[in-house]
Design a protein around this ligand. Structure first.
Ligand SMILES: [Fe+2]
Ligand SMILES: [Fe+2]
Length: 218
């Protein structure tokens, strides 16, 4: 299901690709906006790692769960360090230093609430697995487009390491979900449809912040 899930996700998101690619390419020419975008990714990775830290499965974590937590918090660090390198100064997660922080937080919060609400008191591991899976699907989709844009701009920043880890998490979540939830396909479809609406909302907030900005290529 992994390959078919990823290709179904790509198909649904095909209409978004060009707009997203154009903005990511433009960031390479506007350091202030680029740093704020990188800091937004850091914020989302940080929220993701905090959600893993507080999920019910974390009450008795195995090695895999602890590894996942470590990697997500390292992703938050990676993007923060990249943001500060571009900005050449320390950045907090305030709106001045972060692109669309409100919509980014809302995206993570609503997705978590939807998944937890649908699953109710299911096995403690399930909300963690679904939340991670859906976020990994979006992360691999976005980071692939971003990596291409960075390579085209001859940027020294590379997302290849993070992409490989997100892909590995995706595979792990999916195989675990198929082992523990007989309704996995139905749940994945439902949560992906919900995430799609929420992501479009975050992305339109990003576009609004970019509107009227000067980019060198323009
Ligand atoms: Fe991540
Ligand atoms: Fe991940």
């Amino acid at each position: 299901m992994n390959r078919s899930l990823s290709s179904a996700f790509e198909e649904t998101n095909r209409p978004l690709v060009e707009g997203v690619r154009a903005h990511l390419a433009a960031f390479a020419t506007n350091p202030t906006m680029h740093a704020r975008f990188l800091n937004m990714l850091s914020l989302m990775e940080h929220i993701g790692s905090r959600k893993i830290m507080t999920c019910r499965a974390m009450r008795a974590p195995g090695l895999e769960l602890l590894k996942h937590l470590t990697e997500e918090s390292r992703h938050a660090f990676f993007f923060k360090r990249a943001a500060e390198a571009v900005a050449e100064t320390a950045l907090d997660y305030s709106p001045a230093n972060t692109m669309a922080p409100g919509p980014a937080k809302f995206y993570m919060g609503r997705l978590d609430a939807e998944i937890t609400g649908v699953l109710g008191d299911a096995a403690p591991e399930l909300p963690y697995l679904y939340m991670s899976l859906i976020v990994e699907l979006r992360a691999t989709w976005l980071y692939r487009i971003y990596q291409d844009a960075l390579a085209q701009a001859h940027s020294t920043l590379s997302l290849k390491g993070i992409l490989a880890e997100e892909q590995m998490h995706l595979d792990e979540m999916l195989s675990r979900l198929h082992a523990v939830d007989p309704e996995a396909e139905t749940h994945v479809a439902r949560f992906c449809a919900f995430e799609d609406i929420r992501f479009r909302s975050v992305w339109s907030a990003v576009e609004s912040e970019c509107a009227g900005q000067r980019f060198a290529a323009e």
